[in-house]
Design a protein around this ligand. Structure first.
Ligand code: URA
Length: 443
């Protein structure tokens, strides 16, 4: 059916709903290059300001999914996790092998870092030889045989989102709840995940700055999952402090390997455990959450989770010896200490600015084709509520250019604010919305 694009832009601009035919026409014509970028941008901006009803969001999700291939796993229940992105967020890299070692099957299509947050694919590609571009058949084989696989989005999977997301990135329309919902859910449904757990980051280092907005996004994600027969649970996690102790691609892989060797850090463990338990329970791998908790504990202690990670590295072309010797990962030439300029309790950390500062070292990208310097990054072990003395080491910068490293160390120092009154430490898990499994679904 043919429509006038200007009329449709005006319709949304005045807050009316777009019908399925209208949305199909607009997105389809854009993908066929019959609607230009400027009209698509105008529609995105109208959606940004006027929003969409849940039915429109679900229709948009459907149109996104139908723009490409849909992967299916008919022989087993699959589960995936999606994070809305944070600083030092390496959770997928430890979570997937843990859940797989407990019997879960995880088909994970992941992203690269852009802006202040790092990307799971970039972190994994810092392992010598590790590849993330695989065919659908190879991806399915790895999920079946290893238990999980983490790969990049191919041209065939949700091409509509791929193109529209890139346009949103340069038109100031990323932070729109309807557009975020259709973008995330279309990919997670098309990749074949029957169950999904969302790690919704909230705080200064996340793009959802408060729990109220995050709650609205969670409701849209859950309702859209339900419409497509996908069970969705949401964990709201704190992103006011960077996650774990390290930020940077190879540094985070080292931290993940150490965690899988059962050297635990409280924030990483609490979040990973919460997500893993929910994933195992959602898929029916365990009868209750208590059993899931013991299973997670067991695979960390007996080395099965690390073994699963080793298998996945081999399957994806990487050097599995990094699991025993992390010095085989890319290293940096210099370590620059960050010396605290004040005493007191840490009251805030600007994680977003830390993320951007580390991009200067090559730990993240300034443009899509930027080359990463895998060994660079930072060691930042202190969190909000920790007490620091002036002159002590607040952390370290890892760099290959000493001059830039010293400048970044100075900047990072300024992103910590101190109080002379005691500040309480913060919870990592803020809230959980568990999918309610009915007795009929369990049997
Ligand atoms: N992640 C996505 O995949 N899409 C968005 O729109 C935002 C975060």
């Amino acid at each position: 059916m043919e429509f006038n694009p200007v009329k449709l832009i005006n319709k949304k601009k005045t807050g009316e709903n777009l019908t399925e035919d209208e949305l199909k026409f607009f997105i389809g014509s854009y993908l066929d290059n019959k609607i230009p970028e400027y009209q698509m941008s105008a529609l995105l901006m109208a959606i940004y300001f006027k929003g969409m009803k849940i039915e429109e969001i679900q229709t948009l999700t459907q149109i996104y999914i139908e723009s490409g291939k849909r992967i299916t796993f008919p022989n087993f229940a699959t589960v995936d996790k999606h994070s809305t992105g944070g600083v030092g967020d390496k959770i997928s890299i430890v979570l997937a092998p843990i859940v797989a070692a407990c019997g879960g099957k995880i088909p994970m299509i992941s992203g690269r870092g852009l802006g202040h947050t790092g990307g799971t694919l970039d972190k994994l590609e810092s392992i010598p030889g590790f590849r993330t571009d695989f065919s659908e058949a190879q991806f399915k084989k790895m999920v079946d045989e290893v238990g999980f696989s983490i790969i990049c989005q191919s041209q065939e999977l949700v091409p509509a989102d791929k193109r529209i997301y890139a346009l949103r990135d340069v038109t100031g329309t990323v932070e729109s709840l309807p557009l975020i919902t259709a973008s995330i859910m279309s990919k997670k449904i098309a990749e074949g995940a029957k169950n999904l757990i969302i790690d919704l980051k909230v705080g200064s280092g996340a793009f959802m700055k408060n729990l109220e907005n995050a709650q609205k996004l969670a409701e849209l994600l859950i309702a859209t999952g339900e419409k497509f027969g996908q069970k969705v649970s949401v964990v709201f996690s704190n992103m006011n402090s960077p996650l774990g102790n390290y930020i940077g691609n190879a540094l985070e892989i080292k931290e993940c390997i150490e965690y899988l060797q059962d050297k635990r850090l409280s924030d990483i463990h609490e979040l990973t455990n919460t997500l893993a338990v929910e994933m195992l329970y959602l898929t029916g791998n365990t009868v209750n959450r208590k059993e899931a908790t013991s299973l997670v504990e067991k695979v960390l202690q007996n080395g099965k989770a690390l073994e699963c990670f080793r298998k996945s590295i081999s399957a994806q072309g990487g050097d599995p010896r990094v699991c025993d010797d992390t010095t085989l990962l890319p290293q940096s030439k210099y370590e620059i200490p960050i010396i605290a300029g004040s005493s007191g309790w840490i009251k805030s950390i600007d994680s977003q600015k830390i993320g951007y500062a580390l991009v200067e070292l090559g730990a993240g990208r300034k443009a899509l084709d930027s080359k990463l310097d895998y060994g660079t990054g930072a060691y930042l072990p202190f969190k909000i509520g920790d007490k620091i003395e002036k002159g002590c080491e607040l952390g370290k910068i890892y760099c290959n250019n000493k001059h830039t490293g010293i400048a970044v160390a100075d900047q990072v120092n300024n992103f910590y604010l101190f109080s002379d009154k005691k500040i309480n430490s913060q919870k990592i898990i803020l809230k959980v919305i568990n999918y309610k499994i009915s007795p009929a679904q369990k049997s």
